[in-house]
Ligand binder design. Structure first.
Ligand SMILES: Nc1ncnc2c1ncn2[C@@H]1O[C@H](COP(=O)(O)OP(=O)(O)O)[C@@H](O)[C@H]1O
Ligand SMILES: [Mg+2]
Length: 361
């Protein structure tokens, strides 16, 4: 794997789960089974069959299998897995673009599962916006009107929606392109229009289904950085689907890893890399430069009497790579201090083990 430093360095401003309570999104026991009489399968022994066995026995395909998780306000929550693992099905169930077979979804305080048609319309128009791989831009409309399209559907007047669209044009780096037509733009620029259109309605939550998968690597990296920048500026809650671990590590505050419709692991980037739940996750993460992802929490030891009190002070969520230079330059080991409390010591060789291991890999 060829991975530049810039590509992998993980998002360090993780808000993580919100201790204060209300989730932006709460999913409980969600199932989607495609096929005849799918709803009769849940709760029977057939539900425990592997995906392949269930298909063989009943003709039904499990898209999503008993999935539960919470997303905090302002969190970037990544869902990752190989093609066919159920990511798109999961994200479409969140707004009932696909009707779940069982389970509950609560989004921004709204019980999506029991919402009526009007409630769902409001949800999709005003609360949640989606960005897909295929931008679905209207070819005969200028960029500005493509961006304003969602507002137009909502019945917002032309002047107001153009003003709002003009605002987001600048926000996503499309300044000067407002009167262009989609086919005059590159793929990356078109995806910026898709992003702007999703932002124009000022949704509280954005859902991304592999939006950058078709883009060239360099443009893709630009767009990832764009998402990180927008997130820092706007603090939207985001659910971001990808099959690419690099992208997941870079964008995600937490990552949900799926296989055959099921959750394999949910964790922060350093947890997924530092403590993979099984071989599937370990395979995914084996090529990752660990020093870019692991934090001091993963390499520190307990303090002992006699430890120097003079070493550099860092918090346990410092990325190893970011700590390495100062740590190795000091004559004393790093003192890891969280909230005023000494929680660990990092010796030089603990840092070197991580850094050297990946250099010889
Ligand atoms: N409408 C459908 N009917 C039957 N099977 C489907 C349908 N949509 C998706 N599937 C199956 O559900 C599984 C998960 O698909 P999907 O959610 O698209 O995965 P991913 O987005 O991770 O690639 C796959 O095995 C797929 O073939
Ligand atoms: Mg998909």
């Amino acid at each position: 794997m060829t991975t530049s430093d810039a590509e992998i360095l993980v998002n360090q401003s993780s808000p993580g789960p919100d201790a204060s309570g209300a989730a932006a999104l709460s999913v409980r026991g969600l199932w989607k089974i495609f096929g005849p009489r799918a709803d009769r399968i849940i709760g029977t022994p057939d539900a425990d069959l592997s995906r392949a066995d269930l298909k063989e026995k009943t003709g039904c395909v499990v898209g999503v299998k008993d999935v539960s998780f919470d997303v905090s306000p302002g969190e970037v929550f990544v869902v990752m897995g190989l093609s066919g693992s159920g990511k798109s099905t999961l994200v479409r169930c969140l707004t009932r673009l696909i009707e779940p077979t069982a389970g509950e979804v609560e989004l921004g305080g709204m019980d999506v599962t029991s919402a009526n048609a009007a409630g769902l319309r409001d949800l999709r128009r005003n609360q949640v916006s989606m960005v897909f791989q295929h931008f679905g831009l209207l070819p005969h409309r200028q960029v500005i009107d493509n961006i304003a399209y969602g507002l137009e559907i909502r019945g917002v007047g032309k002047k107001e929606r153009r003003a709002k669209a003009a605002e987001v044009v600048d926000l996503v780096g499309l300044t000067g392109y407002g009167s262009s037509y989609p086919d005059q733009l590159s793929g990356g620029m078109q995806q910026r229009v898709g992003l702007a259109r999703a932002l124009a309605g000022d949704p509280s939550m954005m859902l991304f289904d592999e939006p950058f998968s078709a883009l060239d690597p360099l443009i893709r990296r630009d767009m990832q950085n764009e998402v990180i920048r927008l997130q820092a500026e706007l603090k939207k809650t985001m659910v971001f689907i990808t099959h690419d671990l690099q992208e997941a590590l870079k964008l995600g505050d937490r990552i949900l890893i799926m296989r055959d419709g099921e959750i394999v692991q949910i964790g922060t980037p350093d947890e997924v890399v530092g403590a993979p739940a099984d071989d599937y996750v370990r395979d995914f993460t084996s090529d990752v430069p660990r020093s870019h992802v692991l934090t001091l929490k993963w390499v520190m030891r307990d303090p002992r009497p006699g430890d120097s009190s003079e070493g550099p002070v860092m918090t346990s969520d410092t990325i190893v790579r970011a700590a390495a230079q100062a740590a190795l330059a000091s004559d004393h080991p790093v003192r890891v201090i969280d909230d005023g409390k000494l929680v660990g010591i990092v010796d030089d060789d603990a840092i070197l083990r991580v850094v050297v291991a990946e250099e010889s890999a």
